[in-house]
Design a protein. Structure first.
Length: 166
C-alpha cells in the first residue's frame, strides 16, 4: 500500500503525473481523511479537481485513522502536521506500506521509524525508468516539480542526472 501525503499528491497533480502514477502502481493508493482535506485547499486551481476525480473514480482510497493512541504519540514525538501524522500512522498500521511524501519532517520521521518512503521526484525517475514517460516528458515534468516543489537545487540536479543516465 502507498499512503499519499498532501505534499506529494499536490506535486504529482501539478506536474500532471498523478493519474499516470496511480494507474502504474500495482498496489492500493490511499490517503488519510486529513490529507484529502488538505488537498482541497485551493479550489480555484486545477490540482484539487484532479485529486478529487481520482478519489471519486476509486483510484485513490480515503481512509480514516483508527489508531488514535499511535496518532497522538506521533504528534508528541515529531513536529508533523495533522496530515503527515495521519499518513505515517496509516503506514505504521499496514505492514510494508510506503509513504509518499515531500515534507522534510515526514521524511525524517519515516527514516527514524524505518518506514519506506518516496517523493514526487522519485516517482518521476521511476516512471521514466519504466518507460512510462519519454525523455522529453520527464525533462518537462522535472522542471514543473522544480518550480512547484521546495527542493534544494542539488536535489533537482541529482534527479536530472538520474534521468540523463537512462
Amino acid at each position: 500500500m502507498i499512503v499519499l501525503d498532501a505534499s506529494t499528491a499536490i506535486l504529482l497533480a501539478k506536474a500532471e503525473l498523478l493519474d499516470a502514477f496511480v494507474e502504474a502502481v500495482r498496489q492500493p493508493v490511499v490517503m488519510p481523511k486529513e490529507v484529502e482535506r488538505e488537498c482541497y485547499g485551493r479550489p480555484e486551481t486545477l490540482y484539487p479537481h484532479l485529486i478529487a476525480r481520482a478519489i471519486t473514480e476509486k483510484r485513490i482510497a480515503v481512509r480514516a485513522v483508527r489508531q488514535q493512541k499511535q496518532y497522538q504519540k506521533l504528534r508528541c514525538d515529531f513536529p508533523l502536521g495533522r496530515g503527515e501524522t495521519e499518513a505515517v500512522t496509516l503506514a505504521l498500521a499496514s505492514e510494508g506500506a510506503l509513504v509518499a511524501t515531500d515534507d522534510r519532517q515526514a521524511i525524517n520521521a519515516c527514516k527514524l521509524l524505518k518506514i519506506s518512503f518516496i517523493t514526487a521526484l522519485t516517482v518521476l525517475v521511476r516512471m521514466r525508468e519504466k518507460g512510462l514517460l519519454s525523455n522529453e516528458e520527464a525533462k518537462s515534468k522535472i522542471e514543473m516539480l522544480a518550480r512547484y516543489g521546495r527542493y534544494k537545487e542539488r536535489t533537482i540536479d541529482a534527479a536530472r542526472l538520474q534521468l540523463e543516465g537512462e
